[in-house]
Design a protein around this ligand. Sequence first.
Ligand code: VG1
Ligand code: CO
Length: 542
Amino acid sequence: MTKINSTPFKDQKPGTSGLRKKVKHFQQAHYLENFVQSVFNIFDSCKNKTLVLGGDGRFYNKEAIQIILRMAAANEFKKIIVGQNGLLSTPAASLLIRKYQTDGGIILSASHNPGGPDADFGIKFNSANGGPAPEKITEVIYKNSLEISHYFSCESQAVDISKIDKIKLQNTEIEIIDSVIEYADLMESIFDFPIIRSSIKTGSLHLCFDAMHAVTGPYAKEIFVKRLYATEDSVINKQPSEDFNGGHPDPNLAHAEQLLEVMQSNHAPDLGAASDGDGDRNMILGRNFFVTPSDSLAIMTANAHYIQEYKSGPCGVARSMPTSRAVDIVAEKLGIDCYETPTGWKYFGNLLDANKITFCGEESFGSGADHIREKDGIWAVLFWLNLLAVKKKSVKEIVHNHWKTFGRHYYERHDFEAIDSNLANNVMETLNKKLANLANQTFDSYVVNNAYNFSYIDPVDNHTTHNQGIVIEFGTIARVIFRLSGTGTEGATIRVYLEQYEHDTELQHQEVSTYLAPLAKIAMEISEIITITGRSNASVIT
Ligand code: VG1
Ligand code: CO
């Protein structure tokens, strides 16, 4: 064991989902090591502690795993469970932590951000419940990172993680496992595979899943092709690659171009789906039809009883604050609680652990349930497949019927990316200053009834989180929300979320951006984004 002196980096505060920086930033001497030791230091002693370790396979994944293994051995961990070849999807990591009751896990991923030597890398710590470490832990990690004076490592050859094996590194046991089978088994225990399989076999259900050259490829092959008999070509871009084949592994209409083309073609399958770099996000498409993630959560909640596992309906649901209120209406009808949390999966953990919710979701293409403590891309796809197989309706029909029953929440997110941080902060400050005087002001035909900076008190442990985004409500009909992203690696990103409810069935089939244009105009006017940042258009609209 070697003790290596080091000095703190001041920028290791975990964001919405772990620490994310450019690869080159992580490659600075001691940078990764300092953060990892800051994580290890949350334990009084690492002896007898076990961890799960893996990542989405992006550039620097392999090197980082070797560094962390050497540090784990020097810190005298009892055991580290590593994904074969260093690969673990985020949902699979969550499953392994829970199944093997480890003391937590380290997931190397920058999720939907691009990969490669000039792109992004990230590291997340998950707690023993399998979920992203809650704020009270990330605050300790950050504090540790500011006080660190040394870390421990050891001399060793690279550990061969390409084969299923158990190896000793000093006194630490390293177990290399293939998570695909275990994850697929869990999915098979939740969903009705025989009914999906028979729909696929008889040709009444076709699927196209886009793994976006990211981590879900092997999982998708095992589940959709091997266990559900979908054709080989139903899974596209299935080979994980260090730079996601030069693409942006973000499952949305802007980045999943190939899938979009398939779903718009004459012979489009019934369900199109994609997942992100680390496999926790999902996009759901019907034939020539896009399902807004907020709607997906509402539809899952309304249709849960069609799935055997959820036949008695969810016990409660949760959504992140900027996620549309579509699920709230369903929850009200079902007579269950609906929680509104800050952005980021870490806020759902307590609610899931306390059995207050069964499903949760975010507008950012994330949905999940109580089977693990992360959002789960393939789970969401299987939910939809199972639903289609049981209901024998198209994706579009299911969504249209949902709107007819519950009304439609038109929804759009406008991202202004890579803005100078000072200017972005200026936008938020300007908004904050206006809040007190916004109530009762009228913008066109919209009247502000409430304007506030969102805070959250966790109903389980009363932990309070402030400054989670600015909300301007126009009654129950419309909202605009502004917040700064916590996952970017370049300048700041301002996210503007637009939501408007339409009960009139005649008006539920408009073009989204046309329908929301008046609201978008008001959002720009109130926030002064154009004047302050000089940007008149969003970089991405999802
Ligand atoms: C974004 C999304 C948020 C999500 C987070 C992590 O965060 O908006 O909903 O939980 O990414 O997703 P932000 O702070 O940039 O808005 V992932 O798939 O990166 O783990
Ligand atoms: Co992700």
